[in-house]
Design a protein around this ligand. Structure first.
Ligand code: ADP
Ligand code: MG
Length: 394
């Protein structure tokens, strides 16, 4: 790691402005349904406290778009954090201002303060320098631990670093190290798997995998788009007509780079995306005009699982089928299980694919589940993420 982290600096007596990702899923009444993101930040928070720092936490929740939104206040997050840390967590009702300045000023080493949802402030997403400065005035050091928002240049995860030294938290280090390893020093053979529905967003990452992977396995809407580019009739399947030329180009490049690009040879098709739908297995040559390919079929599963079982490294983004519906989940679950059973170093990133791996019950057998969606994709694409670029070098 070339970036400085909290392990490289003196923290005792310091106030640490710590950007975390507490953007947790909630029910309509505000109850937190999954506290994974809060748990993921605990090692950093505990380390800072043990080292004698005073911890000022900042996070966003949802999309309040620069206005106060009562339903998106962080009180339930503060309560959950307090339960997990087994200590008091003070929360302010504002993002910055007098109340915050006073609370931060009074904060003792070994204590935790949580600011209100930073996206209530109109300056946050604009990376406003006045707001960034106000954050910086609360603290001596900026700790960046919100990998999930690292691809955004916002005041609390990038702007603040203009005014105080910036170092990585433990979650941020884990993400950077694992993602870097998967790209730059992977154990071969490398099997990359890309599925999901956000096809246009993922063309860039395919170009990276063409350079790093030995095999590239496609599923979901991505596979449908490639098969359409090869003139297959895909019926009413999800695909991106605008990306057919890109798909054709990637297939040519794969051949040039000697990458084994695998597309499904059979599918589970149905006429609606519904548990009650009549599903059938068809080959890629016989997708009915009025149906949609919603999962890979048994032949494809076998081919994909075989490649995964021999892999040294597996990188996966985007589910292979509509895993939310049991009828179309088998391909995704089978792939997840094959990865869990293999000896390979495995790294999985993407909001939905991580949920699928959890549904398959194998999350604990994956080497690294990335906490980023867009951030992970951009990292793999080789883009410089603003939230990482601001970190001091060692
Ligand atoms: P991730 O969040 O892992 O990056 P995406 O957001 O790109 O993945 O896509 C996830 C969605 O893709 C899921 O809701 C899933 O139902 C959908 N999906 C996967 N395969 C298909 C398919 N063949 N047809 C339609 N939707 C699909
Ligand atoms: Mg998604």
């Amino acid at each position: 790691m070339t970036k400085k982290s909290i392990k490289d600096i003196k923290l005792s007596g310091m106030r640490a402005f710590t950007r975390v990702d507490f953007n947790v899923p909630r029910k309509e009444d505000g109850t937190i349904t999954d506290d994974t993101k809060i748990r993921a930040a605990l090692p950093t928070i505990r380390y800072l406290l043990e080292q004698g720092a005073a911890v000022i936490l900042a996070s966003h929740l949802g999309r309040p778009k620069g206005k106060v939104n009562e339903a998106l206040r962080l009180d339930s997050v503060a309560q959950k954090l307090s339960d997990l840390l087994e200590m008091e967590v003070t929360k302010t009702s504002e993002v910055v201002g007098e109340e915050v300045t006073r609370a931060a000023g009074e904060l003792k080493p070994g204590s935790v303060l949580l600011l209100e949802n930073v996206r209530f402030h109109p300056g946050e997403e604009k990376n406003d320098s006045e707001l960034a400065k106000a954050y910086a005035e609360l603290a001596d050091v900026f700790v960046s631990d919100a990998f999930g928002t690292a691809h955004r240049a916002h005041a609390s995860n990038s702007g603040v670093a203009q005014y105080i030294p910036a170092v990585a938290g433990l979650l941020m280090i884990t993400e950077i190290e694992n993602l870097t390893k998967s790209l730059h020093s992977p154990t071969r053979p490398v099997v990359a798997i890309v599925g999901g529905s956000k096809i246009a967003d993922k063309i860039g990452v395919l170009n990276t995998f063409l350079k790093t992977a030995d095999s590239l396995l496609l599923g979901g809407g991505m596979a449908n788009t490639f098969l359409r580019a090869k003139d297959h009739n895909m019926g009413r399947s999800l695909l991106e007509e605008d990306k057919l030329a890109d798909a054709a180009e990637i297939m040519r490049e794969a051949a040039n780079h000697d990458v084994n690009l695998c597309l499904p040879v059979d599918f589970i098709v149905a006429d609606k995306v519904d548990e009650a739908a009549q599903a059938e297995t068809v080959t890629v040559e016989s997708v009915p005009a009025d149906k949609m390919a919603l999962d890979i079929g048994p032949q494809t599963r076998k081919i994909y699982k075989d490649l995964i079982s021999k892999a040294g490294t597996v990188i996966w983004n985007g589910p292979i089928g509509v895993f939310e519906i049991d009828k179309f989940a088998e391909g995704t679950i089978d792939v997840a299980r094959a990865i869990a059973e293999s000896e390979a170093f495995s790294i999985i990133g993407g909001g939905d694919v991580v949920a699928a791996v959890e549904k398959a019950g194998v999350a604990q057998d994956i080497s690294h589940l990335s906490t980023g969606g867009g951030a992970t994709l951009e990292f793999w694409e080789g883009k410089e993420l603003p939230g990482i670029a601001v970190l001091q070098d060692k």
